[in-house]
Design a protein around this ligand. Structure first.
Ligand code: GUN
Ligand code: FE
Length: 455
């Protein structure tokens, strides 16, 4: 590459998951970022091109060295966040989902009719997620056009890659009078206007922030709304997000209303596309999995949220083995932790509970479901490249042509729980320790599309 096309090059230890279950650790690797923020080259000592890149970057004064105690990881991808629920983090976690929505969540979300309130919350949320290493987030906003635009603008301003949806919910039987779209027609019109406004935001020519068609979940929407949004999805090619077979109540509601599962119902409305992300999918069966795979649709696995609100553990092992595209989601605020690393732990923990079972009154052989565990490697995949795949974005791996979205994990941060013992920890141990013990104190630097947004 030419000197003026090089934005910068970094040398240090890179850790990423180039494939499901695989972890690659590249020591003393050189990674070049081009002037558009894409990864132009990744090369290892002794490989062709290494010395040339080193020389080119050094001569241009654009070579940076990470310290031996720092690790470069792909930026974390959060495929499911409810931005307006941020003030509710850690509250009302003892209630069932339908009551939690009606009594706590909808009253809070209704407050975003006030765009100033939205601004205050959204600024704080985006800053916090970035500090925790989340470089890409797929957000639900609220039904309000203006406040939803504020979220899109704040993400763009703070440099976070974001997919943002104005929530559509118009079913008077399931949504309160004080918080729902005035009609299906109004909700559809606002969704269309929101899509246009996000794509037309000043400074968004590179499409760092994308609009998302967002039917909240089937119970909250009328058939007219689902049909209209499905048509919009089909002809716009825009991303879609919704909740799918999350908990017993919701799953049963859809079976009762349509005589078929969420997956088949959403597919019938044209809402399963390669740009769709289905949150949860805890109760999907084999036929649902085939349809999701056939549609090239992604899944947002939200393990912490599921342990509280879903009545079941998502079968992550099965979904990954069948080739489904699965990312991780915090599901703020049903998931009461903003960190994707924390959700990696929870994904592993939940899968272990599924495999071994949890009822001590049962004999071991009847307690669990054999062959359902995942480990930290698969969790890390979902947190990075798997999330990228689910969103249809080239992020999450250190590969030429992918966006340079990355974090530096500093194992030497003050007051940290992450201690690496040089004589005892090596290889994969370091990644596993990062997943289990790192937090925002260790996330020293964050880049999105080659721009540094933390540190
Ligand atoms: N289903 C519909 N809306 C929501 C929500 O806000 N959170 C969760 N966890 N599930 C939902
Ligand atoms: Fe959710």
């Amino acid at each position: 590459m030419k000197q003026d096309e090089l934005k910068f090059a970094l040398r240090g230890t890179l850790i990423h998951a180039p494939a499901i279950g695989a972890v690659e650790i590249l020591e003393n690797a050189l990674l070049a970022v081009d002037d558009g923020g894409q990864i132009a080259e990744v090369t290892n000592p002794g490989e062709q091109g290494y010395a040339e890149l080193e020389q080119l970057a050094a001569q241009a004064g654009k070579l940076e060295e990470l310290s031996p105690k720092q690790y470069l990881l792909p930026g974390l991808v959060d495929t499911h966040v409810h931005a307006p629920q941020w003030p509710q983090l850690g509250k009302a976690l003892d209630r069932p989902l339908d009551e939690w929505l009606q009594k706590y969540t909808f009253p809070l979300e209704a407050r975003y009719a006030d765009a100033e309130f939205a601004e205050r919350v959204y600024r704080n949320l985006a800053r916090t997620l970035i500090a925790n290493g989340t470089t890409t987030a797929m957000y639900y906003a609220t039904i309000h056009l203006e406040a939803s635009m504020r979220l899109a603008e704040i993400c763009l301003e703070q440099g976070q890659r974001a997919l943002v949806g104005k929530v559509a919910m118009d079913n008077p039987e399931q949504c309160p009078d004080y918080y729902r779209d005035a009609s299906a027609g109004q909700g559809l019109e606002d969704t269309g206007r929101f899509m246009e406004q996000v794509l037309g935001m000043p400074g968004n020519a590179g499409r760092l922030v994308l609009p998302v068609i967002t039917p909240r979940f089937i119970p909250a929407c009328t058939d007219e709304m689902l049909q209209g949004l499905g048509e919009l999805a089909q002809h716009s090619g825009c991303h879609v997000q919704t909740h799918c077979s999350e908990g017993d109540w919701e799953h049963a509601y859809v079976l009762e209303r349509y005589g078929k599962t969420d997956t088949l119902s959403l597919d019938g409305f044209g809402l399963l596309t390669p740009q769709t992300v289905l949150a949860h999918c805890d109760f999907i069966d084999d036929a649902d999995m085939r349809v999701i795979k056939g549609a090239d649709t992604g899944i947002a696995h939200c393990p912490l949220s599921n342990l509280y609100f879903a009545n079941a553990v998502f079968p992550a092992r099965k979904a990954l083995d069948r080739g489904l595209q699965v990312g991780l989601g915090t599901d703020i605020a049903a998931g009461a932790n903003p960190g994707i690393l924390h959700n990696c732990q929870m994904a592993v923990t939940a899968s272990r509970a599924l495999e071994d079972g949890v009822n001590p009154d049962l004999p071991a052989e009847e307690r669990g479901t054999a062959g359902t565990r995942i480990d930290f490697r698969e969790a890390f995949w979902m947190a990075t490249a798997g999330g990228g795949e689910a969103l249809g974005l080239k992020v999450g791996k250190f590969v030429r042509g992918y966006a340079f979205d990355a974090i530096v994990v500093d194992t030497d941060a003050p007051d940290s729980n992450l201690i690496i013992w040089e004589d005892m920890d090596n290889g994969d141990d370091i990644l596993q320790k990062i997943i289990y013990n790192a937090d925002r104190r260790n996330i020293k630097r964050v880049w999105v599309q080659g721009e540094q947004i933390k540190g």
